[in-house]
Design a protein around this ligand. Sequence first.
Ligand code: GN1
Ligand code: MG
Length: 348
Amino acid sequence: MEKLNDIVAKFEITGKVTDVKPMGEGLINDTYKVFVDGSDKPKYVLQCINNAIFQDVDMLMDNINKVTNHIRKKGKNTLQFLKADAGKSYYFDGEKYWRVMVFVPDSITYQAVTPEYSYIAGKSFGEFESLLSDLDEPLGEIIPDFHNIESRLKQLRDAVAEDRVGRVKEVQYYLDEIFKCEEKMTLGERLYREGKLPKRVCHCDTKVNNMLFDKEGNVLCIIDLDTVMPSFVFSDYGDFLRTAANTGAEDDPNLDNIGFNMEIYNAFTKGYLEGTKGFLLPIEKENLPYAALLFPYMQTVRFLADYINGDTYYKIKYPEHNLVRTKAQWRLFEKAKSKEKEMREIIG
Ligand code: GN1
Ligand code: MG
């Protein structure tokens, strides 16, 4: 493999690369910050695209270019990708796909947020959807059925049937619990089939750490645009709360740390409803509490399927990591479920 410095140099950068250092907590792509001579702050971000997951890199970058161009045309901040020497927005080194974007200066990411920041985040993700609501070029479905809970449950069933590393026995409790909730949690797909619930262009990975804030708590830019695609608004609303309202970590080994913070829920919901007021339908609004439950549920299903499949999708830091994640997300689901009535009262 070529050296990271040389890979960066394939792109239309200015300056000479002095250092490339690992960055971020993403579970899919590998990310690095790039330093060039004359500055002690990073100037670019280098990413190795996970090609096992994003198999059509042309479609991926085409989607991202459509989205960023549209947002930029409206005068808003967004990511800026550089062209590589072949004129494409990525570079293929014969083995791996790479891309480079401009580092957003003086930006901060958080793994946890205050209610005040959640309100701002809600508004920003709402506005992000709103900005993209008139995107007239269609986006490719980069990961088909990405947030389709029926197909995620099918993947889990397939994993169980195959049981390729013999892990099913030890997770039977979670499987039983998951399938008990199947009817309730597949509501969104039924509403869609009945023609009652639309798909819109959504971000589909609205984790807290996919927003860049400035020091004052303003959102500078929404990042990680790989999964921008048509989905229910539940995706963006639910996935943010999955990370932000959790009082513990996504992979917290201590389940007692995990709770569902209603202050964050309130603040985020207020912001989100403001940001989406131009387009959100009553059916979308009234099912936001469902979305808050759906995402911990779906993430449990996804982590558990990956554990049963022998850890082929998510990066893991230790052998039981996906099991620990499964348990932590399930606890979060239960905690959110216990607040469902309260959530519904807030939504009105
Ligand atoms: C992945 O790359 P990252 O960490 O932002 C995943 C999300 C999951 C998340 C769980 C393409 O996102 O869907 O919710 O991990 N992205 C993909 O932390 O599968
Ligand atoms: Mg990310």
